[in-house]
Design a protein around this ligand. Structure first.
Ligand code: HEC
Ligand SMILES: [Cu+2]
Length: 336
């Protein structure tokens, strides 16, 4: 078989299933809200399919039973006119009932999806070109901390997100958990969802927001509640101070080479707010908004030349000697 024929066949047979399951799929719901959305979708799909099939069947019958052309097409045939009138009236009523019914289904679905729970865990998400700031805010400042591009939540507990933007309009979308919501400057939008199962769910910006829009992903990591509590307690702590000489040098260079102007590392002098918080960067799974897995190699490559990896992003290429790069990398790796 020709190669291209085989490729087309493979694509054709696997493509319909590729989107149905996995980390990022509205058809494989892992939250109460996404379940409701899929349910609404299937009702719409079923009703639309039935209407479509009925129209095609009637059209086919009409074509099969077509009569010869009439000599006087403008002549009125009383019984025929009456029958046509009744059919049109019936179809008009059916259409109205279907549209009203679907409106009700959609309204009921929205009530579930947008239901508010007062006891929800509240997080603030701020969209930036092209990364996500995630703020866990508690009543006491000692319980509040900031992270980026990774949202850890407990399973079974409602989570409320307050969505804002620092620059342009972004859109928050984790298909496995719930529907989309825009992030707009000067406005606070809310989105609530509950993850049913432990897992990692991928999300991404769903509103074109500039050059690196396609590299503006994030992960929602749903943990068992006790594990979430432990993570939260750990995340609350300031960054650990490096004990070894190379780490100490890295920390000093982080200040001296300007990184601290844009990045915050709690418990140190670094307090920049322009870029992601790096207090616990060593324990995050990805860097640069889901663009690369977080490994020593990718982290080093990012610090050496972020513009090569994500052209146009707002972290400039910093002039560093290779020994300085190694020291800074060693320091950041320790920030678990
Ligand atoms: C002008 C501000 C600025 C400076 C200076 C800067 N950064 Fe960044 N940095 C950013 C921004 C903005 C991002 C987010 C880029 C993106 O994902 O689009 C970032 C991302 C990062 C990340 C990835 C974080 C994550 O969670 O994805 C690391 C690590 C990092 N910077 C380290 C450094 C180091 C080390 C230096 C100094 C050599 C430095 N940065 C200097 C603005 C800056
Ligand atoms: Cu965006």
């Amino acid at each position: 078989m020709q190669v291209w024929v085989r490729m087309v066949l493979v694509l054709y047979t696997t493509w319909p299933f590729a989107a149905c399951a996995g980390q990022q799929s509205a058809l494989d719901p892992q939250g109460f809200q996404s379940e409701q959305i899929r349910y609404t979708l299937f009702i719409f799909l079923a009703v639309a399919a039935i209407v479509w099939a009925a129209v095609v069947i009637v059209l086919g019958l009409g074509m099969l039973r077509r009569k010869r052309s009439i000599d006087q097409p403008l002549d009125l045939h009383q019984p025929f006119e009456e029958r046509t009138g009744r059919v049109i009236l019936g179809l008009g009523i059916a259409t109205t009932v279907i549209v009203l019914g679907l409106s009700f289904v959609s309204y009921a679905g929205q009530r579930t999806v947008f239901a508010k729970d007062e006891n929800a865990l509240t997080l603030k998400i701020i969209g930036h070109q092209w990364w996500w700031e995630v703020r866990y805010e508690a009543d006491s400042p000692h319980q509040s901390f900031v992270t980026a591009n990774e949202i850890r939540i407990p399973t079974g507990k409602p989570v409320k997100l307050e969505l804002e933007s620092a620059d342009v309009i972004h859109s928050f979308w984790v298909p496995s958990l719930t529907g989309k919501m825009d992030l707009i400057t000067g406005q606070k939008n809310e989105l609530q969802f509950t993850a049913k199962n432990v897992g990692v769910y991928r999300g991404q910006c769903a509103e074109f927001c500039g050059l690196q829009h396609a590299h503006m992903a994030f992960a929602v990591i749903a943990l068992p509640p006790d594990e979430f509590g432990r993570w939260r307690d750990h995340e609350n702590q300031s960054a650990s101070s490096p004990a070894d000489p190379l780490g100490k040098r890295g920390q000093a260079l982080f200040q001296a080479r300007g990184c601290a102007l844009c990045h915050n590392i709690s418990g140190t002098l670094a307090g920049g707010q322009l870029g992601p918080d790096l207090t616990h960067i060593g324990s995050r799974t990805t860097i640069a908004a889901g663009t690369l897995p977080n490994t020593p190699g990718t982290l080093g490559a990012w610090i050496a030349d972020p513009q090569h990896i994500k052209p146009g992003n707002l972290m400039p290429k910093m002039p560093l000697q290779s020994d300085e790069l190694i020291a800074i990398l060693h320091y950041l790796e320790q920030l678990k």
